[in-house]
Design a protein around this ligand. Structure first.
Ligand SMILES: [Zn+2]
Length: 336
């Protein structure tokens, strides 16, 4: 539970930086928006002594709200709360607190650098040959979603029944989102804790076209969320997460480097040159790791690296700031 509270807070903190501040006046939630939200800075709200209630002192006339799940809040001083956001979801209102805090945790060295390949056959395959399957609930939820979706479209437009059905659809989406997040967070955390460096494909580069196939779009959503959490835990544990351009990672031979053309349905890599045989995704994961290490050593010799005084692979973990060209999103020093 504590971990979850942390995560929620962390997520919000990340979003904080992207959000344009300065929203004023009475909060208006848009009618059909599932993620409508209102933001406050350090004024306009007040927490009760036991931190179970929040009172809005501005135009939010509803006044005082009871909150559930505020346990995580007790770890912080009120002064550390820099922003408060009220969010409307299909199943109720939520309050998010943006906390000014730096989370750093010790990372026990494992001596492992991991390359990660994501795909439809398995959720991921790493360069050690370990695989994480797609959770079964993704498929099951997909079916359930279709059913609820159909119900909405059968109801008459503008009717109360349609509104009800629409709300049910919103809840179904929420349920899926929460399950997926849970799975993704656990997986990302385990990967980071297991490694001293993680290499992953830059999925933004990979053609993630908007796809009408639900299974595909659900997986895509899970992957990009997975990457965000990898990067988050990378910062927390000081483990570098390196994104590489995904070109030819599934085609090239991870042993000799020669290109071996294969279609999507070819599940095994068989090298025509050196005879190397390996599961397709495993081969790709090894290539991804190789690419990342090459990228790093290139950066080092060219002097563009953010990694200082790296003499060899083994020193990489000493710096938590090795993410290429990304500012330290989500980290801010406490003013105290
Ligand atoms: Zn080969």
């Amino acid at each position: 539970m504590a971990e979850r509270a942390w995560s929620a807070i962390a997520r919000f903190f990340d979003n904080c930086k992207k959000k344009v501040p300065g929203k004023k006046g009475f909060p208006k939630f848009k009618k059909y928006q599932t993620h409508a939200s209102v933001e406050y800075k350090t004024s306009g709200w007040k927490l009760s002594e036991d931190r179970r209630e929040i009172t809005f002192t501005d135009g939010f006339e509803a006044g005082t709200f009871k909150m559930w799940g505020t346990r995580g809040l007790h770890f912080y001083q009120v002064e550390q709360i820099k922003r408060v956001r009220v969010v409307r979801r299909a199943d109720g209102y939520y309050t998010q607190f943006c906390v000014d805090v730096e989370r750093n945790e010790n990372h026990e060295l494992t001596g492992k650098n991991l390359g990660i390949d994501v795909g439809l056959n398995h959720f991921l395959t790493d360069s050690e040959g370990q695989q994480v399957d797609n959770p079964r609930f993704l498929r099951r939820d997909e079916k359930a979603l279709r059913k609820v979706q159909r119900r909405v479209s059968r109801k008459q437009k503008g009717s109360a029944n349609r509104a009800k059905a629409r709300n049910r659809l919103g809840r179904a989406h929420l349920k899926i989102q929460r399950r997926r997040k849970d799975f993704v967070v656990k997986t990302a955390r385990a990967i980071v804790q297991f490694s001293d460096l993680v290499a992953i494909e830059d999925l933004k580069v990979r053609n993630m076209v908007r796809n009408h196939r639900l299974a595909k779009s659900i997986s895509d959503a899970a992957w990009s969320q997975f990457r965000e959490w990898l990067e988050y835990f990378g910062r927390v544990f000081g483990v570098p997460i390196i994104a590489v351009v995904p070109h030819y990672t599934s085609q090239d031979c991870s042993k000799c480097g020669i290109k071996v053309q294969k279609t999507l349905s070819t599940r095994t890599h068989k090298c025509t040159s050196c005879g190397h045989v390996q599961d397709r995704d495993w081969n790709a994961a090894v290539n991804i790791l190789k690419k990342a290490l090459q990228q790093l050593s290139k950066q080092n010799t060219e002097g563009h690296s953010e990694i200082n005084n790296v003499s060899g692979e083994n020193d990489l973990y000493l710096s938590g700031e090795t993410q290429p060209s990304k500012p330290t999103r989500g980290k801010r020093k406490s003013k105290e």
